[in-house]
Each structure stands twice: as C-alpha cells, then as structure tokens.
Design a protein around this ligand. Structure first.
Ligand SMILES: C[S@@+](CC[C@H](N)C(=O)[O-])C[C@H]1O[C@@H](n2cnc3c(N)ncnc32)[C@H](O)[C@@H]1O
Length: 477
C-alpha cells in the first residue's frame, strides 16, 4: 500500500513512542465529586500518552476537531502550520488515539478541504485502508455535514460543508445505533394530552379477523360513554383485558372529546429510528450560525470562542456511536462542545485542551451544564443539571532523564505504569492487589509507598483524587 511521505515524517512516526509519559495533576473538582469525567489542560500529545496506562482500549468514541490549517490566526488558537508540520502534528496523536480506542469503538474527525484529503491518507495508514476496500464488510465513512445555510458571497465557489472521517477500530465489532426520529418524520408525533412519556402518534386499533381469538370481539365503551363494537369484518387488535390495562396506563386515545373510536398511542421514544447515512443536512444537526448563537448565549459575543461545533452535531455522533455510560474522548476540545453534550446525554468523557480557554471557556461551560443550562440540546434531552467533572493539568514526567522513576510518582500511578508496561493492558485496579502487582512487576514491597494500596476502583480514586497521590482523602470540590 502506498504511504504519504513528507519532511520529518520519520520523526513524527517515532514521536508517539518516544514522547515521555507525564503525570496528570489533579487540580480541582466541580459538581458531584464521584465522577469519571475529566478535563485536562495541556498539549494533547503528552496528555494522551499520560492517559494510556489507564485507558488503553477503553474509549468507545473519539471525536476530534483539530485545527483545519486554514492559515488563520484565531483569537484563541493558531491555525497556521506549514503543511508538513500539520501532518507531523497529527500523525503521532492519531497513533495514540488508536491505542486508546476500544475494539468496538470508532473515531470521528471533523476536517475541511484544506487538509481533508491528506488526513484521509494519513488515517488509512494509522487505522487501516482495508476499511475502505471492502465497504460491505468493513466500516469507513466520510460524512458530509452541510454547515452553512447559504453561500459565502465573498467566494466564487464557497464551501457548504465539512467532512467527518469515520473509522472503526475493528469494523467487525462496531455496531452503530439508529438515528432517532427527528425533523419531518418526528412532526407527526405530538402530545395533545401532555402524556409524561412524551410525543406520540396514534395508530389503528383494529385487526384482521383471520387469526382473531374470541376475546378480540367485544364492545368498547369510551370515557364519554359511547359504545364501539368492532368494525364490520374486523376485530380489535388486542384482547379485552389487555385493552383496558392500556386504557388505565393512558396509552389509548379516544380523541379530544373522549368520544371517538379508540386508537393506540405509539411513542416517539419507542420508535427505533432510521439507519444513518453520510449526508447530514443542517436542518437535522445544526450549522455554524447555530453554534455561534449557542456560544454567544454562554459567553456573550465579545468573548465567544470562534470555531465551536453545534451541540446537535455532537449529539448525532454520540447517538450513533455510543450508549449511556460509554466513555468519549475529545483531545482538541476547544470550547468543550463535545464534553457539554456528552454530559447532557449521560456519557462519561475526557476532554483535552491546551489553550487558556480550557479555564476561561471549558470550565465555566461545564459548570453551567452542571447547573442545568437550557441552551443547545438541553430541552431535547430534558436536561435538568447535575453530575460533575474533575480538572487536571500536566504534571511531572514519570521518568527522570537517567531512566529512574521520578520520586514524585506515588503508588497509585506507579502501579498503573508498571502494570501497563508489563502487560500492555490498562490498569485493572479492582482485580489487582499489591501482591499480584509486585510479583508481576518485580516491584519492591519493602518500599512503604508500595504497601499502602487499598484496591482502588481506579488510580484517580486513590487518595486525594490526585493521580499522583497514594493516600489521604479526596479533596472536596
Ligand atoms: C477547531 S477547535 C475545536 C473546537 C471544538 N470542537 C468546539 O466545538 O469548540 C481546535 C482546538 O484544538 C486546540 N488544540 C490545538 N492543538 C492542540 C494540542 N496540541 N493539544 C491540545 N489542544 C490543541 C486549539 O486550542 C483549539 O481550541
């Protein structure tokens, strides 16, 4: 298979392996303290490497929206790299992301035409072109997101869309969900009686008599007292007992006046949805103006982030690629759109952002989410607030220049690193005890730091919540 080459590619290929492991330094918790959600401020090359011993193969869905290399200098980050430098920036990060991805996981990468076609070739190399060669068996897609509502009048052929390149870690294991009903189709579902189960559409309650049983022939009395025997040549769809149980549960509709022939309610939440395809119009998943409005509402137009993605776009990706409780990773977090949407949808998340806006935008945005802000997808998912996240920065390197272990590394982290280096697996704290670890890694149990392990749920849970800590209580958030 032909590969892309560029100046300093050899160095870029080595970077993922040679970049030093750094500790992740716990700084502060926000909201509910017992949370897996993490926001990390720092260069994602170091942060991703630092996550490997704990999360290798555990991330269900990665979404990234890297700088597109538009040669612009945005207020919050620079988007101006020489072409080869951009490729060198992306390559090792994609390699580390692949390592973090679960076998049944998928990676989704937003990009435009500045670097999109080069990125495709790069991702073929890192994630496997076989995904492209056998589309029936393997999974690979280039989603077209129509991001604008009208052409840019300044350009003679302006771009209407972004690409989202999608790769599976193992196409045989990836199973995407259906797209929940929305848009035109969802318009048929209404809620005239304020049913707490949400919007519904009514369906016929009669059946064919061919396979009917005797208890499907009865006279129905409506709430207004009107009587309905089965229509000529038909029976009722269900037996009498079952019918009146559904009436009790409020699942039968007799019309606004309670006087009509009964119809069954079919809830939008119970309709399975439709199969996704690669054409995502802005009417379904939002557009750039929508995301600008969302971010302006959060921060005011003067200090808004310039290139946010709409919450509905993130929602679509997470609906397809994840289920409640799954772990999401975004290592180019920007204004934290992915984390905010993951939080509202009940997913766990790790977000990495190197700019100051990790503190000026990401933290406040996620705090607002915890407080129950009602922008973006909040109303659609009935978001009421709650949950929490923990903020980390990059800490010391794990190894000193002479190769010895940095004394700042405490037991919890050390255990995870040794386990990871020996087994190639992420730390499995619940099943691992000190004896197993010392036998496995030849670790010196006479070292008091090695004796104070207490079967943590995972290393962050030991001590103060600081991944470097070995004892003590979690800091109060
Ligand atoms: C296009 S923006 C992401 C926007 C985001 N999807 C949103 O909805 O707000 C790209 C982000 O990647 C960040 N970034 C660029 N290089 C990075 C690196 N090496 N490590 C961490 N973040 C980085 C930039 O600071 C910028 O915030």
């Amino acid at each position: 298979m032909p590969f892309l080459d560029w100046v300093n590619k050899t160095q870029a290929v080595q970077d993922a392996a040679t970049v030093p492991y750094h500790l992740l330094q716990f700084s502060q918790g926000y909201g509910e303290p017992n949370t897996d959600n993490m926001l990390i401020q720092g260069d994602n090359l170091l942060a991703l490497k630092g996550l490997l011993p704990f999360y290798r193969g555990r991330v269900k869905c990665i979404y990234i929206d890297p700088p597109y290399n538009t040669q612009s200098a945005f207020e919050h980050y620079d988007d101006k790299l020489e072409h080869s430098q951009w490729l060198s920036m992306m390559y090792p990060r994609l390699v580390l992301l692949r390592e973090l991805l679960a076998d049944d996981g998928s990676i989704w990468v937003s990009i435009d035409d500045n670097e999109g076609h080069y990125l495709k070739v790069l991702m073929d190399e890192v994630f496997g072109r076989k995904n492209f060669e056998q589309p029936r068996k393997y999974f690979h897609a280039n989603v077209i997101w129509k991001k604008r509502t009208s052409p840019d009048a300044r350009l003679s052929l302006g771009a209407a869309h972004d690409n989202i390149l999608v790769y599976a870690k193992d196409p045989d294991k990836l199973k995407l969900n259906l797209v929940p009903l929305s848009g035109e189709k969802a318009k048929n579902f209404k809620n005239p009686d304020n049913d707490p189960r949400g919007a519904w559409a009514s369906t016929d309650f009669t059946g064919q008599i061919g396979h009917a049983t005797p208890n499907q022939f009865y006279t129905i009395v409506t709430p207004s007292g009107k009587q309905f025997p089965p229509p000529d040549g038909r029976c009722w769809a269900l037996a009498e007992d079952t019918f009146y149980k559904l009436v009790e549960e409020g699942r039968v509709w007799f019309g606004k006046t309670g006087n009509s022939k009964p119809r069954l309610k079919r809830y939008i939440s119970e309709v399975e949805g439709i199969t996704a395809w690669t054409w995502w119009p802005n009417t379904e998943v939002g557009h750039n103006q929508e995301s600008k409005k969302e971010i302006n509402a959060l921060f005011g137009s003067d200090s808004a982030f310039e290139t946010p993605k709409p919450e509905r776009l993130m929602q679509r990706i997470l609906q397809l690629a994840t289920n409640t409780g799954d772990l999401i990773l975004d290592s180019f977090l920007g204004s934290a759109s992915t984390a905010a949407v993951a939080h509202k949808m009940g997913r766990r998340y790790i977000g990495i952002e190197m700019g100051e806006h990790a503190q000026t935008h990401c933290i406040p945005r996620l705090q607002k989410v915890i407080e129950g802000e009602q922008g973006g997808i909040s109303k659609a998912v009935n978001w009421q607030g709650g949950g929490g996240f923990r903020f980390f920065t990059l800490g010391d390197p794990v190894f000193l220049p002479d190769g010895s272990i940095n004394p700042a590394v405490r037991f919890a982290s050390l255990a995870a690193y040794l386990w990871h280096f020996d087994t190639g697996e992420p730390w499995q704290a619940p099943t691992l005890n000190t004896v197993e670890l010392s036998r496995h890694s030849g670790m010196d149990r006479r070292n008091p730091d090695c004796r104070d392990a207490t079967n943590p749920r995972h290393p962050w849970s030991l001590g103060s919540g600081d991944p470097n800590a070995g004892n003590g209580k979690r800091r109060k958030s």
